[in-house]
Design a protein around this ligand. Structure first.
Ligand code: CS2
Length: 466
């Protein structure tokens, strides 16, 4: 029997009943489904916490999921094999453009939490780390919000602000917004972005948000590669049901949260989530070690012709670049309980899971935003203690080479990258560096260091001190 002939996934009268909506998610994609939806399903009070999830730019993921009543199969893929679980915590899936439904759900007093996976670039931040009101998408949304009914904002932030305005209008009460994106200090970043957009529309709303919305910071972790046709076939064969939209993830998962939930939350701690007072050391550990290594492998590995994380890690040149970055980062990860050497050893094992085809091209996207979180803080910390920061600078140099060698650049600053690329030599290098951090580009010591590291992975490298 082919997959198309099998019965479609469905809830059935008794199995996986629908929980009432108490969580709204913005940014429905594979990561939300392998992470927050999984944690919600595994809490003992899951029956009280349904998720209504909204897509970002396109409706496709919502359409596919809605056709299966919100259900999907999670394939947990380890080096030894696959295991399969049907996840039912998403009870409603909608096109993100349906701002009417989003506003209705945010206005409902039963809604207690909004989770976000809108990507690093989705917070609309400029190079100085605050909301960039001059970006065309943000400016268009502010314009739209000023229409009598709030119009139809197109960015996730604009949509969220419209929904929060609806909650304020009906007196829906306090709520928690939980950023689940790989950004340093993501709770405060989300607060700055949401309040910045609200302020530009209606200062009264911005004041209400400051008073009533708790912005929870989190560090999220679960490697979730893109789903392939082979995964769809694997589910059909192993489970005997038709699922057009399964999700693949590694067995490992981690969620650390910090902040208040004024209207309650699921018992996520029962699924392994950790609630802490100070999240910064955990965030830095994840961003500098895991995500930092990922970006290093994406650019270095991409330049030398590898396709996946596991392949790149198997290449001694890429591995030693990762180890050098980790040595530098580890010197600044000194908080209690961080267990850095175990963490590093576990990462090597996770990255080597060769059954997970985690594509470097997926990680290479949005480099300008990612490098600000993954390379720049380590470079700055190293230089502040009088060392060069070469390990972190090599990631930036590899990115500079990568954007020079690749025609298909996905980045919020893609147009600026193209214009920087059209310049020659040092001008090009400084222009690209300033897209990551204007401050770094102004430091002659850093530009010289990065220049000396360019070519490391393209064969054009001449070490400064051979
Ligand atoms: C990756 C992350 O694409 C990327 O930039 O580094 O998505 C990474 O896989 C996750 O943060 C793992 O938790």
């Amino acid at each position: 029997m082919t997959a198309a002939q099998l019965p479609a996934l469905s809830r059935g009268p008794n199995a996986l009943p629908k929980a009432p909506v108490r969580i709204v998610h913005v940014g429905l994609g594979a990561f939300h489904r392998s992470h927050q939806a999984w944690y919600t399903q595994h809490a003992s009070d899951a029956a009280e916490w349904g998720i209504a999830a909204f897509t970002g730019r396109r409706p496709d993921a919502a359409l596919a999921l809605a056709a299966q009543d919100g259900l999907y199969t999670l394939i947990e893929r380890s080096d030894d094999g696959d295991s399969f679980e049907v996840i039912g915590s998403i009870v409603e899936a909608s096109d993100g453009a349906d701002v009417g439904r989003l506003a209705e759900l945010l206005a409902a007093p039963a809604t207690a939490i909004v989770t976000l996976t809108i990507t690093e670039a989705g917070y609309g931040l400029g190079r100085d780390g605050t909301l960039d009101n001059s970006s065309s998408a943000v400016a268009a949304d502010i314009e739209s919000l000023r229409e009598p009914d709030g119009g139809t904002p197109a960015t996730p932030l604009g949509r969220l602000v419209l929904g929060l305005a609806a909650r304020r209008t009906v007196g829906g009460g306090p709520i928690a917004v939980v950023s689940c994106d790989n950004l340093a200090d993501n709770g405060n970043v989300a607060r700055a972005a949401v309040c910045g957009m609200a302020e530009a529309w209606d200062p009264g709303l911005a004041a209400w948000i400051k008073e009533n919305v708790s912005f929870v910071g989190t560090s999220v972790d679960r490697i979730t590669p893109r789903t392939t046709e082979a995964d769809v076939a694997a589910v059909a064969e192993a489970c005997g049901h038709r699922d057009t939209t399964p999700v693949v993830a590694e067995p490992f998962h981690n969620w650390i949260l910090s902040g208040g939930f004024p209207a309650g939350r699921p018992r996520w701690e029962e699924s392994g989530a950790l609630f802490v007072d100070d999240i910064e050391p955990y965030e830095n550990r994840k961003l500098w070690l895991l995500n930092g290594a990922h970006s290093m492998l994406a650019y270095a590995g991409g330049l030398v012709g590898h396709t996946t994380v596991a392949e790149a890690l198997g290449d001694g040149r890429c591995l030693s670049a990762v180890e050098a970055l980790w040595d530098e980062a580890s010197a600044h990860l000194t908080g209690p309980g961080l267990r850095i050497s175990e963490y590093r050893a576990a990462l090597l094992e996770r990255f080597s899971n060769s059954r997970i085809a985690h594509h470097l091209s997926q990680i290479a996207m949005d480099g300008t935003t990612k490098l600000r979180m993954r390379a720049v803080p380590v470079l700055r910390a190293e230089r502040a203690v009088g060392r060069t920061g070469e390990g972190a600078a090599r990631m930036i140099a590899a990115w500079i080479d990568y954007v020079g060698a690749t025609s298909d650049i996905h980045d919020p600053l893609a147009a600026d990258i193209a214009s920087a690329n059209s310049q020659d030599g040092d001008r090009r290098l400084t222009a690209l560096l300033s897209l990551v951090s204007p401050e770094l580009a102004r430091d002659p010591g850093i530009t010289a260091l990065v220049r000396s590291l360019c070519g490391t992975f393209t064969g054009a490298y001449t070490p400064a001190n051979p």
